[in-house]
Write a protein that binds this ligand. Structure first.
Ligand code: SF4
Length: 139
């Protein structure tokens, strides 16, 4: 089975996903992926540059803002540096999830220093502040 393609910052987004997104198809795809990872943390994930298996369901495709030199790419680069991983690495979801929690979500200010400019920042920050333990629950 091919590993799931996941750009680095989506390992953070997954912790805050509450069924909101760019379209019904996008939300359904993200929910399906999240449930699969919840069911089997041993699933392999390929750390991907540019569009991934989440972007595949985006109504706009891989938009300029999500392409290599856009804002999302900046989030990816910062995430990679924090996680200590590189593009092309393949790890289990358990490993990636745990790294995201330890290296980003449990470090005050780290998440916002990576993706504070995202349009969903308020949603994620609300989840973080209001219910940290739930937000950090291993998915
Ligand atoms: S602010 Fe945006 S990029 Fe950051 S975790 Fe939330 S949805 Fe993902």
């Amino acid at each position: 089975m091919e590993p799931l393609k996941m750009r680095p910052h989506h390992s953070v987004c997954l912790h805050f996903f509450v069924g909101k997104g760019y379209s019904d198809a996008f939300v359904e795809n993200m929910s399906d992926i999240k449930h699969a990872l919840e069911k089997d943390g041993g699933l392999r994930v390929a750390v991907t540059e540019g569009g991934d298996d989440f972007c595949a369901a985006c109504p706009d495709g891989v938009k300029a803002a999500c392409a290599k030199d856009g804002k999302a790419a900046e989030y990816d680069e910062k995430c990679l540096a924090a996680l200590g991983l590189g593009f092309g690495d393949t790890v289990t979801w358990e490993t990636l999830c745990s790294l995201a929690e330890k290296k980003i979500l449990r470090c005050e200010g780290a998440r916002r220093s990576i993706c504070g400019g995202c349009r969903w920042d308020a949603v994620c920050q609300h989840a973080y502040v209001e219910n940290l333990s739930k937000a950090l629950k291993t998915v």
